[in-house]
Design a protein around this ligand. Sequence first.
Ligand code: SF4
Length: 186
Amino acid sequence: MSPKQTSQRAQRDIEIEGLDSARFDCVYPSCGGICCVNGRPPLEEGEAERIEQNLAKFLPHLRPEARERIESAGHLTKRKKEGLPALAVSKGWCVFFNDGCVLHKVGAEEGEKWKYKPWRCVAFPLERTEPRKWFVRQWKLNGEAWDLFCLNPKESPKLARETLKEEIEFAKDLESGQESWRKLKT
Ligand code: SF4
């Protein structure tokens, strides 16, 4: 391996706790998308900018009440999470949820499903604790308060390392700077 390849590989090295012990299997759409109920993901500066610049593409796909919320008060709340503004909720669901994530659907139509989606939603159930350090969310682990059934390790025999291949690669992309448009705060 050349020095350049070694350096590129090192940049993608991250630690993810629980890959060989946590169990997870996303069953969407049969769950109805419940991780988007009151999810309120915080947005990085670049993510908020990109959504703002492309709002006209998303509005026609939204639930009427969510569209009204965004047109009258924007897609962010004053509430801060991790020091960042969080996405707004309408009637209990993320404003961008309408039988699936509209940000995801529009991105997929344009050939890049994650180009508008907040990284926290892309990486779920992987959570970042500090640069290059992640873990797999599971019931009650590290103070997990969300009681989503899919975070219950008893719901699936499948190991996270097998079911989260895309998310793991995404976390590596994020840490190695390939998602720099998002402008991560830390
Ligand atoms: S941005 Fe998309 S995936 Fe994230 S909570 Fe909203 S609808 Fe769900």
